[in-house]
Design a binder for this molecule. Sequence first.
Ligand SMILES: N[C@@H](CCC(=O)N[C@@H](CS)C(=O)NCC(=O)O)C(=O)O
Length: 189
Amino acid sequence: MALEAEKIDCEIREIKLSDKPNTFTRLSPKATVPVLITPQGKVIEESLDIMMWVLNQSDSNQWLPLEGSQQQVWTKSIINKNDTQFKPLLDQYKYPQRYPLHSQNENFNEALEKFLLPLELLLQDQKYLIGDQLTLADVAIFPFIRQFAMVDLQRFNQNALEKLNQWLENILSTELYNQIMIKRSYWTE
Ligand SMILES: N[C@@H](CCC(=O)N[C@@H](CS)C(=O)NCC(=O)O)C(=O)O
């Protein structure tokens, strides 16, 4: 989304996660998507780093919070909490067969309490996570919330997450999101 928002030209190679091409795993042994190879050949393996690589060159929508601002502190804190607390719970909730020691109910409730309800509270009087405009924090974490919601939409909708649902809907209905979420065929060697 950052690349598209800032109109940075790139070749997109869709990776089949169950059959990763050798070129991909050779360039990035961590083997998670997305990975960006810059024109200088630098390999960037974290989505947040890819966003920062884009936004440090061009940020026409003002997604980046001002350096040293309170918004910057909040942005870092939300993304950090997503990556360290929510993402492991999402994986456990999404793939219960890989984590037989955790029940899906427990995972859902823990995610709800630690991460989703605090976000719901934040969205009581603002449209997006850092204010009334879409910024880095929203774009960095919504894919994880979307994945979580999609495991069991009914359960997600029933859990007093009205504002969070609306927030997700707002992002999913943007032209930007719909421009990038198109079906692509897998890249092969
Ligand atoms: N922190 C990483 C997470 C990347 C990640 O976990 N990606 C998943 C897909 S959403 C993946 O590639 N998993 C590897 C696999 O399923 O083999 C990032 O944001 O770049």
